[in-house]
Write a protein that binds this ligand. Structure first.
Ligand SMILES: [Zn+2]
Length: 249
């Protein structure tokens, strides 16, 4: 408290906010039976978040809306069938809490739970539900090593469980510019990004329908780069984009 006494009001507020955020993260790791958003005790059949927070989830329902905001991100850039995201990403909202814990706090259970929610939304929604393969946007292997898991893989696990569609994890590989064997013109096209994707067809020969999955979509550049890599190997492929959250501006 002596330390706090020597701080300005602004730094005190920042410091206390920092402590409380850190504390909440620790609580959530020690007690996964607390709501991952508001830290209330989970009761009955509640999973990950409490009934109150679940009712407040900012669902987009984009899977029911052709021409939705996620699809507009890709218009004029790349061919695709449909695109959707489960949640709106609002700063300091429930989605941010969930994604933060999923990506940086080891809460792998949140990823599979979100994936199951996506799966339940997409059941019976064509063309999403009759894809041949679910394909996660891969992490670069160095990031996979440091994080220990790919959060998008976890979303895919949950989706695959509900939709009963196989996951194809070895198809796409994320490479840094200096590692890639991709043709130079593609390098030129993607000169603004540090990482690129390579597709290894992996024995798939038909014209597949892919569900290409990422955790959060912002500019769409990552998914677009993945789709281009897929089209390189499968010119007749049909691609649908599915994300956990849509960060709109
Ligand atoms: Zn809650």
């Amino acid at each position: 408290m002596h330390y706090l006494g020597s701080m300005t009001d602004h730094s005190k507020k920042y410091f206390l906010n920092y402590l409380s955020g850190y504390w909440n993260d620790l609580i959530s790791l020690w007690y996964p039976n607390l709501c991952a958003s508001c830290n209330r005790n989970l009761v009955g059949n509640e999973q990950i978040i409490c009934t109150h927070c679940k009712a407040a989830l900012p669902l987009t329902s984009f899977h029911k809306i052709p021409g939705n905001a996620v699809e507009k991100v890709f218009w004029g850039k790349i061919n695709f069938e449909r695109a959707s995201a489960l949640l709106y990403f609002n700063k300091k909202g429930i989605t941010q809490q969930l994604i933060h814990k999923l990506k940086y706090k080891g809460r792998t259970d949140i990823g599979e739970w979100l994936g199951r929610l996506i799966g339940h939304e997409l059941i019976g929604t064509y063309p999403f539900c009759d894809a041949n393969y679910i394909v996660p946007v891969p992490l670069h292997h160095s990031k996979l090593r440091s994080r220990g898991y790919n959060q998008t893989d976890l979303l895919c696990n949950g989706m695959a469980e509900v939709l009963q569609i196989p996951i194809e994890r070895r198809l796409l590989r994320r490479v840094r510019k200096n590692e890639t064997q991709t043709h130079k013109s593609r390098l030129e096209r993607w000169r603004n990004v540090d990482e690129l994707f390579e597709c290894h067809p992996n024995g798939i020969t038909e014209n597949p329908r892919f569900l290409l999955v990422d955790d959060v979509i912002t500019t769409g550049a990552t998914l677009e780069a993945c789709a281009l890599a897929l089209y390189d190997s499968f010119p007749g492929a049909r691609i649908n984009f599915v994300c956990g959250a849509f960060a709109h501006y």
